[in-house]
Design a binder for this molecule. Structure first.
Ligand SMILES: *[C@@H]1O[C@H](CO)[C@@H](O)[C@H](O)[C@H]1NC(C)=O
Length: 111
């Protein structure tokens, strides 16, 4: 019984995080800014605030290409505790889609 509860816990925590991301007002950015759902599915693990930098997968870069990042940026400021701004910038660089100079993304402004 207790053993079962312990195995369930990571699943439950995982579910909560997925729910949180699913409930972001980024939803309202979804049609406006492109395919945000695919973006978070493919790139979510590269932009989470925990752990080190990991070069993004080609799928993540492709998902980024299908999203208007400039548009998405204006929604990011409130969510910087969920995403790492620094990693978002890193992923964009790795995908060779750096933000245009002067673009404001959350609290970050591209040099
Ligand atoms: C991307 O979003 C920005 C800001 O909302 C907008 O000005 C721009 O026209 C959009 N670009 C494309 C290609 O949709």
């Amino acid at each position: 019984m207790f053993a079962a509860a312990r195995t369930m816990l990571p699943l439950v925590v995982c579910g909560i995080v997925v729910m949180m991301i699913g409930n972001l007002p980024l939803i309202s950015a979804q049609t406006e800014c492109g395919d945000v759902n695919t973006l978070f599915t493919e790139c979510g693990r590269y932009i989470q605030p925990f752990g080190g930098r990991t070069p993004p997968s080609p799928q993540c870069c492709q998902a980024l290409g299908n999203t208007n990042v400039t548009c998405l940026c204006q929604y990011l400021e409130s969510y910087e505790m969920i995403f790492s701004m620094e990693k978002i910038v890193y992923v964009l660089e790795q995908c060779e889609m750096p933000l245009a100079s002067g673009t404001q993304c959350g609290s970050y402004t591209a040099p």
